[in-house]
Ligand binder design. Structure first.
Ligand SMILES: Nc1ncnc2c1ncn2[C@@H]1O[C@H](COP(=O)(O)OP(=O)(O)OP(=O)(O)O)[C@@H](O)[C@H]1O
Ligand SMILES: [Mg+2]
Length: 154
């Protein structure tokens, strides 16, 4: 497992770094986001979505279980999940996570620690930690040889 930690000074930092990371994503990747309320999980997904050119709005989906974006310019669909209200693995599977993944898009999952046991070992983890109003500590952990650490610079 590789890991890299940076401090984001603004929402714009986080979104642009997420966009850089999107450039390294491949169909079938799972992006697991964790961090408290307001940490920036949705902001990060918005940056990924923008870079992938997916159509549709990325809202904070706390009350939505699934947002399904049509494939954009890069032809990689983004499946935006939120496990905040998921009771456990059984409900998660009922939601159809496996089927969506099999479609070949990228899955981004907020509150992913709640269903961590169900995720593939090659999952890319993004942890966001609130430091103050505009600063967040971002830690990315991944297991292949892609240079994700290079994404987190302006
Ligand atoms: N450096 C930063 N990185 C990301 N977001 C930041 C940063 N600084 C300030 N913010 C703000 O913090 C808020 C993060 O909200 P966001 O909805 O992305 O959090 P979340 O982790 O998805 O919360 P929830 O658990 O409710 O889904 C946004 O209003 C964003 O503009
Ligand atoms: Mg959110």
């Amino acid at each position: 497992m590789r890991t890299h930690t940076v401090i984001s000074e603004s929402t714009a930092d986080t979104e642009s770094w997420a966009g850089n990371l999107a450039g390294l994503l491949q169909p079938g990747d799972v992006l697991a986001l964790d961090g408290d309320l307001g940490a920036g999980k949705t902001a990060f997904v918005a940056g990924v979505a923008k870079a992938l050119g997916v159509k549709g709005q990325v809202a904070s989906p706390t009350f939505t279980l699934l947002r399904d974006h049509e494939a954009g310019e890069k032809r990689i669909a983004l499946y935006h999940f939120d496990a905040y209200r998921i009771s456990g693995a059984e409900e998660w599977y009922e939601l159809g996570f496996d089927e969506y993944l099999a479609e070949g898009g990228v899955a981004a999952i907020e509150w992913a620690e709640r269903i961590a046991k169900t995720l593939p070992p090659e999952t890319i983890w993004i942890n966001l930690e609130w430091l103050d109003e505009n600063r967040r500590r971002i830690t990315i952990s991944w297991s292949d040889d892609r240079p994700f650490h290079e994404c987190f610079t302006n």
